[in-house]
Write a protein that binds this ligand. Structure first.
Ligand code: GLC
Length: 554
């Protein structure tokens, strides 16, 4: 599938039999439980752990299984998708299957893009962890969990290798941003090289990879009812290693996770350093997912207690300080500054003059959102799609906040959805600010790529959030919009312009997550019970004590 290329000596190369998937797979007992699709995410029994924290998902609640079928070797088919004769669906499945990457005969992921027209391949010929998530969901929803299992095990093995950037050794728990399978036809050998940021443009750290891995492990477990994978010592250890990285104590005064720029889907300098919403929402979601999958043995228990404490503080912090609605904006506008001691209202000493002009017009009377970043004297008021949708799916957003986020999307439809769903962030930064924030990045010019570009992959997240908040009509509308263009335009990676009308300047065609994102959106709308694998119900025990803005309950 991919040509053999010279591997840089710095890359993590794994070419031994340690990477033989079948060895690990053989150890897993196969479960074949009858499918009982359930939209309801609540547990049958609530598990009580330290303090007053109770988490509302246990293994039992994950049993909304479907009969596990191994159809990876079946010919390209969308036979299960008889619900929709839309020709795009068939085309999409075909393209998705073409993107499969095999390791020693087994599918282990999907390539980021198969764009034959593009001159430079860069790293689009790799399996990206974050890009594989919508592919994985599509396969799970289509009753093909095997590839997801293979992927989870493969990336787990990559995690356990030594990772170095120049002379610096990375944390044990780090998960790769991407990996590539190299086929040597002469030696009849497949090898894998992983990229933990050491080859990535800008050497960015993929903080989101480990979180997506945990979220995907839960989605797999929830969808198949196969608890045996998550229960293996390897998966339990993998989760603990990821968690050790992000739960470790340091100098922080906030429960949010401090990150460098480019640490997630936005993997370029875009001024998201600090406490970006996307990472905080994924952090929250993966903590909740891990809590439902960790075994309460001696090691697991300790982590469960740490998670419970962190969730409590994190949800309070996020719901209080990242939340912005009309009322809250007005409060910040009137903030006093230079307040000392714990009686301070303006805790982070945000100077009202730093509120950008656009936000006053953008903020509707009805609606709200989690802003991009909060740190001392800095609030990034930009709206980000992934963070806000994941906040809804993980129930980091209270039910009132979830409703408000969807209200805002409806109220600001033209700005956020436009002609191609969905803007990665809003608004774009321009001129002097663009120079300072992006370092003059020619790919991230205003309303392009990560700077206010429109990404079809986000369709699945918006659809999931719409269904969860009981607004499937939004999902229907955005899917219809996407259907008018996606196939015709060759599944671009992103669109440009204020309305997202133009195919992105440097956008890849046949971008796998654009294809998979569409399929997932389609399948979720058709069968909302699919939502359960990627959504967590509200946990009453982690509701904030104090509400900052009355408009939450309006
Ligand atoms: C770009 C995107 C990143 C994605 C990768 C592969 O670098 O910014 O989010 O994972 O392409 O599609």
């Amino acid at each position: 599938m991919e040509s053999l290329r010279r591997v840089e000596s710095r890359c993590s190369v794994a070419d031994t039999d340690d990477f033989d998937l079948s060895r690990m797979l053989d150890k897993q007992p196969r479960l074949n439980i009858e499918r009982k699709r359930s939209f309801d995410d609540r547990s049958l029994s609530e598990l009580s752990i330290s303090g007053n924290f109770r988490h509302t998902e246990s293994y039992e609640s994950m049993l909304s299984p479907m009969a596990t079928r191994s159809v990876l070797d079946t010919p390209a088919s969308s036979s299960k998708n008889v619900f929709d004769p839309h020709p795009i669906v068939f085309e999409a499945w075909e393209s998705l299957r073409k993107s499969l990457v095999f390791f020693r005969g087994q599918p282990v992921g999907t390539i980021a893009a198969i764009d034959h027209s593009s001159e430079e391949v860069l790293n689009y010929d790799q399996v990206f962890v974050r890009d594989f998530v919508p592919s994985a969901l599509a396969f799970l929803m289509n009753g093909e969990p095997e590839i997801v299992k293979n992927f989870l095990l493969k990336t787990l093995q990559l995690q356990s290798g030594e990772k170095k950037i120049d002379r610096f050794k990375l944390g044990e728990g780090a998960m790769p941003a991407s990996f590539k399978v190299l086929h040597d036809p002469r030696r009849k050998k497949d090898t894998i090289i992983a990229d933990f940021g050491e080859s990535a443009i800008g050497r960015v750290a993929p903080v989101d990879s480990g979180f997506w891995w945990i979220i995907l492990l839960r989605a797999y477990t929830k969808s198949t009812g196969d608890l045996s994978l998550a229960e293996t010592p390897e998966c339990q250890k993998g989760m603990r290693l990821i968690l050790s990285l992000c739960l470790s104590e340091g100098f922080d005064t906030f429960p949010t996770l401090l990150c460098a720029d480019g640490c997630s889907m936005i993997d370029r300098r875009m001024g998201i350093y600090g406490y970006p919403i996307e990472i905080q929402a994924l952090f929250f979601m993966s903590l909740r997912c891990a809590l439902s999958m960790l075994k309460s043995d001696a090691q697991g228990k300790e982590f469960m207690e740490r998670i419970a404490r962190r969730l409590h503080a994190l949800s309070y912090h996020m719901r209080s300080y990242f939340w912005l609605d009309f009322q809250q904006l007005n409060d910040i506008y009137r903030y006093k500054t230079e307040e000392y001691s714990h009686t301070a209202v303006n805790k982070f000493n945000v100077i009202p003059d730093s509120i950008p002009e656009w936000v006053f017009d953008f903020m509707p009377m009805r609606g709200g959102y989690f802003i991009g970043n909060v740190s001392p004297a800095r609030m990034d008021f930009r709206w980000f799609a992934v963070g806000n949708c994941v906040a809804i799916l993980s129930s980091l957003a209270t039910p009132e906040q979830s409703v408000a986020i969807m209200d805002l999307i409806e109220e600001r439809w033209e700005e956020l959805v436009g002609e191609m769903p969905l803007k990665i962030c809003y608004p774009a930064i321009e001129s002097h600010e663009w120079r300072i924030v992006t370092g003059c990045d020619p790919k991230n010019t205003r309303w392009s790529y990560h700077n206010g570009g429109s990404w079809p992959v986000l369709l699945w997240l918006l659809t999931a959030a719409s269904i969860k908040t009981g607004r499937p009509q939004i999902a229907r509308r955005v899917i219809e919009l996407a259907e008018t263009r996606l196939l015709k335009d060759g599944w671009p990676e992103y669109y440009d312009g204020k309305l997202g009308r133009y195919i992105g300047k440097q956008a890849r065609k046949f971008q796998t997550w654009s294809i998979a994102g569409y399929l997932v959106a389609k399948m979720m709308l058709e069968d909302p019970s699919n939502l359960g694998m990627i959504s967590l119900e509200e946990d009453k025990a982690i509701r904030p004590v104090i509400k900052r803005s009355v408009s939450w309950t309006c």
